[in-house]
Ligand binder design. Sequence first.
Ligand code: FES
Length: 106
Amino acid sequence: MPVINYVEFDGSEYAVMVTEGANLMQGALDNMIEGIIAECGGCCVCCTCHCMIDPQWKDAAGAITSGEGELLEMLSERQDNSRLSCQVTVTAEMEGMVVRLPESQY
Ligand code: FES
C-alpha cells in the first residue's frame, strides 16, 4: 500500500497508507481527513473532492477524463495541478505522493 501525504490548507500533514485500486478521495475519507467533503460519493458530479497533486506525481496520477475536466473548469480555485480526488486511482507508483487540499470545497 503506498503512503499518500495529504496536506490540509493550514499546513497539517497526514501520511496515510491507501490501498491500491482505491481512489484518493476514499483514502482521505477513510482516514478522516477533513479537507475532502465528497458530497456525491465519487460519482464525479460535485467537485467537493478537489485537490492539487504536486507536479512530480502528475504522470502517476493518470490523465484527466473529459467529465473530470468539465467539472474542474467550474472551480474558481482551480490550479494547473488540480484534480478531483475521486477520479485518481491509487497505484504503487504513487508512493510518497503529496496531495494538497484547498482552503474550502465550496
Ligand atoms: Fe463528487 Fe469527487 S466526490 S466529484
